[in-house]
Design a protein around this ligand. Structure first.
Ligand SMILES: NC(=O)c1ccc[n+]([C@@H]2O[C@H](COP(=O)([O-])OP(=O)(O)OC[C@H]3O[C@@H](n4cnc5c(N)ncnc54)[C@H](OP(=O)(O)O)[C@@H]3O)[C@@H](O)[C@H]2O)c1
Length: 198
């Protein structure tokens, strides 16, 4: 399979890239990449990248952030950071990517545990994660050519938070287990699903 991973230098994206490249042809993209630079906040940049790559069988996005801030300090501008980056970056990616995928291809997005379980500073992330879950449910049945669309919602990745305390009330999850869920989205037949691991 030819697979594009956006966010391929990150806590999730890098080990996912390393794992998938053992069996597939994988292209790793992120903003500061010299080989495959892309910024999902900018549709033109996504289109430019996709035009330089061969037709793909799968696109996995593990990029996009939102403002982490105490509720009383969150501003409207803070919310729009996450809406522009993690939410619309991924929504626009689906609209653009579907033209560049082979029939029976797949798109996998990333959200997280904060869609379901709160932390004191999580409203900005919860807003976009929840919106993405609804988006995937509604958009997946509309995709043509048997293209599948799913979203992986991981808990905190073990080792990426201070200590081993509970995050949003749940124990951290191993990156190996999270990679298996991305592989399920990639290789399975499900579409329109939120694949939760926490
Ligand atoms: N880490 C966790 O415990 C965890 C748990 C649940 C969910 N998540 C979610 O999973 C996603 C990835 O998290 P992570 O911890 O792996 O993040 P990370 O370590 O900060 O890595 C983010 C990756 O995405 C790239 N990137 C960031 N913004 C981008 C943009 N607008 N366009 C293209 N590339 C971009 C980064 O490289 P450049 O900066 O060079 O672009 C990097 O490759 C996030 O949405 C996060 O909320 C993470």
């Amino acid at each position: 399979m030819k697979i594009l991973i956006i966010g391929a230098s990150g806590i999730i994206g890098k080990p996912l890239f390393e794992s998938l490249k053992k069996e597939h042809e994988v292209f790793g993209a992120y903003r500061s990449s010299t080989e495959y630079p892309v910024d999902t906040r900018d549709t033109a940049s996504v289109r430019l990248l996709l035009e330089t790559l061969p037709k793909l069988d799968a696109i996995i996005n593990a990029a996009g952030s939102a403002v982490w801030e105490e509720f009383d300090l969150l501003t409207e501008a803070d919310y729009y950071v996450g809406i522009k980056d993690k939410l619309m970056g991924q929504v626009n990616l689906v609209h653009t990517a579907k033209e560049f995928l082979n029939p029976n291809g797949s798109i996998t997005l990333t959200t997280g545990i904060l869609a379901d379980f709160p932390e004191p500073s999580s409203a900005g992330l919860a807003l976009v994660n929840g919106a993405l879950h609804s988006f995937v449910m509604a958009a997946a049945p509309q995709l043509k050519n048997n293209i599948r669309l799913n979203v992986v919602a991981p808990g905190a990745i073990k080792g990426s938070i201070e200590g081993e305390e509970l995050f949003a009330g749940h124990a951290p999850v191993t990156i190996e287990a999270v990679i298996d869920v991305y592989k399920e989205a990639l290789l399975g037949s499900r579409t329109g699903h939120v694949l939760k691991i926490y």
